[in-house]
Structures are given as C-alpha cells and as structure tokens.
Design a protein around this ligand. Structure first.
Ligand SMILES: [Zn+2]
Ligand SMILES: [Zn+2]
Length: 197
C-alpha cells in the first residue's frame, strides 16, 4: 500500500492517481486525488497538504460493509489543524468546524450542503483513536458536541482545582469519593461544619 505525504499519519493509496477537478479546501492551487483510506473507503486527498475529503454518503455506505470495530484507543496522534475557515471543494461555501473530542484541539470541517467532511493531515487517525472510526458521522451531531463542551468544562474545573490545592488535590478527590459514597454522609458533613462554628 502506498503511503501518504508523511508515510505515517494515515494509510491512503492511490486508486488511479488521476487528479480530480476538485480543488483542496486549504490549498487553492492544488487538486485532489482519488484515494482509498483504511483499505476500502473512497476519498480524495491533497498531495500538497495531505488533507482528506470524505463524503458522508460514501462513509455511511462504507461503514455498513464493516463489522464491529475495536474500541477507540484514546491515543493522541499528532495531527495538523487549521484555524482558518476553509471553503468547500464543490460548492465553495464556508465549511463549519466541529471539535473531535475534549482531549484534542483539532476540529474537522463540514459542508452541510454537500455532506463532505474535510480532515487535515493526521486527523483521520485522531478520529479513529478518540472517537472510533464508526463515529465520524456522530462528531457533527449536537449530542456529541454538547458532550465535548461538558468534558472541556470539567477539564478546566480540574485544572483550576489542581491550581488551588496543588499536592492536596488527589487527597481531596479521594476524600470526596469516600464522602459521597458514605451511608452517613449527612453526619460527616454536620461534623465537618461543626468544627467551623
Ligand atoms: Zn491541500
Ligand atoms: Zn459544499
């Protein structure tokens, strides 16, 4: 199997090597090539930036041909991510960004009209690791995005508490767990507050 630009970020092989008329959402001067990703999913790849254009229609059809997939590994793969707004290869409309996970800053780009998703170099592997390959279509749903917002807030709160408590943070957390699960927690709370009176 041929490798992509870096030879490591994801495995894409040219099916016929033809350059499509479609231009890259990130590189206006670069055309996209027909490629296969993960062995059998037909996609388009930019030889210049290494990004990947995936049709949601093709993706859903491809998913149906696969059996159960392994659970996500949650390994953070290094991946490109562009802050720039990118334009759809087909309709030239602006694409909308969606966070992949609370564990990585990367965002994929969607054109809702064409149902095409743009992934920067390495983001396909990141999606597989953090969301599972069967979940690419889920990332652009409201429940997924809401969950990322909640997890991001939880991470920020944890960082704040670690800042406040330093080395006592772990002790506080294990105390909190013990306290919440204790059958007499009202008594414990009353006892703690009594010392403050
Ligand atoms: Zn490109
Ligand atoms: Zn479009």
């Amino acid at each position: 199997m041929a490798k992509d630009r870096t030879g490591t970020a994801y495995t894409a092989s040219n099916t016929n090597g033809d350059i499509d008329m479609t231009t890259c959402p990130r590189c206006p001067d670069s055309g996209l090539r027909h490629t296969l990703v993960s062995g059998t999913l037909p996609t388009h790849t930019c030889a210049s930036c290494g990004g990947l254009l995936v049709s949601l229609v093709a993706y859903r059809r491809w998913r149906e041909t696969l059996g159960p997939q392994p659970e996500p590994s949650h390994d953070i793969h290094p991946a490109d991510d562009t802050d720039e707004i990118v334009t759809c290869s087909k309709c030239k409309g602006l694409m909308t960004k969606y966070r992949i996970s609370a564990d990585a800053p990367n965002r994929i780009d969607l054109c809702a009209s064409c149902e095409d998703i743009w992934l920067d170099l390495g983001e396909w592997d990141l999606v597989e690791a953090l969301a599972g390959s069967d979940h690419l279509a889920n990332i652009i749903t409201q429940p997924w995005q809401r969950r990322i917002r909640i997890e991001t807030e939880e991470h920020l709160e944890e960082a704040r508490l670690r800042d406040v408590f330093g080395d006592d943070y772990e002790r506080l957390m294990s105390f909190r767990e013990w306290f919440y699960e204790h059958p007499a927690r009202d008594e414990i709370l009353a006892c703690l507050l009594k010392r403050l009176e």
